[in-house]
Design a protein around this ligand. Structure first.
Ligand code: DHB
Ligand code: FE
Length: 279
């Protein structure tokens, strides 16, 4: 059976990728943010996973508002970075973990989830940026990817509780997969931000710190909150944090919080990460 070697929660803000593209990651504005990810990158290099499951949302780049799946899973053999309006970024394509993807889709349907199954699709900053933060800028990515898209863009978004249930199925799929692959699970999005409306620019440092401190071993309140609670506490786009719950639910009930990092603001968001290991 494949093995979960750890879980990561991280921001996926597009300007992080833009900072890398422009070579300004060492500027006074960005250095404190990127420095906090150095231990995360070292952890990943040491753990050497074979597959990264990345839970993220598309931002109108691959799915537009005319058709928005609540949950989608990639089963493609590769995923190109999508052109988000500035041309395709010069990062490598992502190789698909096709067999695990199909196995996961099968487990989802068996458990009464009905995902959109994507044989051919591109990926936006929601997947690209977490990969760059934890794997750097290699010539080729050292892992295959299994992308999971969650609608956090157009209401109604799925409930936090549904994301939690999906994480349980993800764990079942990984642990019943015939093979010895090492799998890291990356929940992405957040932290607090709101890009639009009367609260545009909203950041809630207190709620962000509380999230980072408690998602490891005091997760129940986050699992049980309503979607409205997420919007109120973290902002309309900060509700992306529900995607970390897929990762958290796939881990053990008690976990080791190996590291955490917070920096605000990064672009218009509270930003940061956690790294979790099963005990
Ligand atoms: C920003 C943050 C996001 O999470 C995102 O997906 C897009 C933009 C921002 O702060 O600019
Ligand atoms: Fe986002």
């Amino acid at each position: 059976m494949a093995k979960i070697i750890g879980g990561v929660g991280t921001s996926h803000v597009p300007s992080i990728g833009a900072a890398l593209d422009k070579g300004i990651a060492d500027s006074p504005d960005w250095k404190p943010f990127f420095d906090g990810y150095i231990p995360g990158k070292e952890w990943m290099a040491e753990k050497k996973p074979d597959i990264a499951v990345v839970i993220f949302n598309d931002h109108g780049n691959t799915f537009f508002l005319d058709r928005v799946p609540t949950f989608a899973v990639g089963v493609a053999d590769h995923y190109d970075p999508v052109d988000e309006g500035y041309g395709r970024r010069s990062i490598p394509s992502f190789e698909g973990a096709t067999d695990l993807s199909w196995h996961f889709v099968d487990k989802l349907v068996e458990n009464h989830f009905d995902p959109l199954v994507c044989r051919e699709i591109e990926v936006d900053h929601g997947l690209q940026v977490p990969m760059e933060l934890f794997f750097g800028r290699p010539e080729n990515w050292p892992v295959k990817v299994l992308p999971i898209w969650v609608n956090t863009i157009q209401y109604p978004i799925p409930t936090p509780q549904r994301c939690w249930e999906m994480g349980k199925v993800l764990r079942e799929a990984i642990e019943s997969f015939p093979g010895d692959e090492r799998v890291v699970i990356m929940g992405t999005g957040g932290l607090s931000h709101q890009l639009q409306g009367s609260r545009a620019g909203f950041i809630n440092r207190e709620a962000d710190e509380d999230w980072l401190n408690n998602i490891a071993n005091n997760y129940e309140k986050f699992r049980d909150m309503s979607r409205e609670d997420y919007v109120e506490q973290f902002g309309s786009e900060g509700a992306e944090l529900i995607m970390w719950l897929v990762m958290r639910a796939a881990m053990d009930d008690k976990v080791d919080l190996k590291m955490k990092h917070y920096h605000a603001p990064a672009s218009m968001t509270g930003a940061g990460m956690v790294v979790l290991e099963n005990l």
